[in-house]
Design a protein around this ligand. Structure first.
Ligand code: MEV
Length: 339
């Protein structure tokens, strides 16, 4: 149902199951997109449905080059000043993604590779930066080593690897971030079930704006957990309401009722406020976006900072984007959902 990650190699990838070593000094590049959650974050951790879409305008890129024999495998991420030797960093997220992909591809010794990762997805911004980096790394390893690419099973393997790495970041990960980033498709997601595609009858625009405030998903998810433990009845009821909004949103998207999405976002945001995952800055930018003509806006991802998303009619996109920039959003991206 879902295609694999996009990957390109400057040498023709071997699509057979043969695992012969690559030609000397070849370079393979793989990318994976960012994502936003349209409806259902947090409640999805507790089994309610959520809707997420990839954002191709931002991406993580992994470039893998053969290195001189005996030099081993190093991973550099200049954006975060990381330089890792694979053999000595088993629990680092970058190293784990590469290690798991190497194991899946049945490469026995540590290969001599220099891998560089870069990303223009905001870090700790709710846009799936960590998942995209892991996906780009795993896919670069598979493409470079001739692991069969462009098959469904390959995407499932990448998804499994990225989920394992996500769980290093936060143990309660629902799996939605890795799924949308790996399959590069809008997903209807229920924890523990296979992801589903859904119909988008009429395309619509989102303006995504970054508060510039980094927010740890692990910390916010843990806070929600503690609050849920203290007051299960209230939290379960809020999660039920969020799940109902996701169901209504799916129906609206499938029937082309784009006008319903703004009010549904507003309602989802009201419930996210109730579980204390919004912030003053998110609320300020949401109000500015709605004043400038957005039909609705909400935080996206874990919240407390990171990014907000606004559903906007095409004629108002420029005005909403300018208003958010003037109000101090550190970055804005416009994306169309559906084609
Ligand atoms: C984070 O992008 C989304 C959360 O629902 C956590 C998760 O689903 O793992 C907050």
């Amino acid at each position: 149902m879902f295609p694999t990650l996009s990957a390109e190699s400057c040498h023709e990838p071997d699509r057979s199951r043969s695992l012969s070593p690559p030609d000397p000094m070849t370079t393979t590049t793989a990318t994976a997109p960012g994502k936003v959650i349209l409806f259902g974050e947090h409640a999805v951790v507790y089994g309610r449905p959520a809707i997420a879409v990839p954002v191709a305008k931002v991406k993580a890129t992994a470039t893998l080059t053969d290195a001189p024999a005996g030099t081993g495998c190093t991973i550099s991420a200049p954006d975060i000043c990381a330089h890792i030797r694979l053999s000595s960093h088993q629990q680092d997220p970058l190293a784990l993604a590469v290690r798991l992909a190497i194991e899946e591809a049945c490469i026995e010794a540590d290969p001599d590779w220099q891998i560089t990762v870069s990303s223009d997805i905001p870090i700790a911004g709710g846009m799936g930066s960590g998942a995209a980096v892991s996906a780009a790394l795993a896919n670069a390893v598979f493409t470079h080593s001739g692991f069969p690419a462009h098959s469904r099973s390959d995407a499932e393997t990448v998804n499994r690897i990225v989920y394992a790495v996500e769980k290093l970041h936060h143990a309660r990960s629902s799996g939605i971030d890795n799924t949308v980033v790996v399959y590069e498709q809008p997903v209807w997601f229920v924890r523990g079930q296979p992801p589903q595609r859904f119909e988008i009858a009429r395309p619509f625009h989102l303006v995504i704006a970054d508060t510039g405030i980094a927010s740890s998903t692990a910390a916010v998810v843990s806070d929600v957990r503690r609050a849920w433990e203290k007051n299960r009845e209230r939290y379960e009821s809020v999660f039920d309401n969020i799940g109902e909004i996701a169901v209504a949103a799916r129906q609206a998207i499938a029937s082309g009722d784009v006008n319903a999405l703004g009010p549904l976002m507003q309602e989802n945001q009201r419930l996210l406020r109730q579980i204390n995952v919004s912030s003053t800055e998110l609320e300020r930018l949401i109000a500015i976006a709605e004043d400038a003509g957005a039909s609705g806006a909400k935080l996206s991802g874990a919240g407390r900072g990171g990014n907000l998303i606004c559903v906007v009619e095409s004629e108002s996109v420029g005005k909403v984007q300018k208003a958010l920039q003037a109000a101090g959003a550190v970055g804005t991206v416009v994306t169309q959902v559906g084609s």
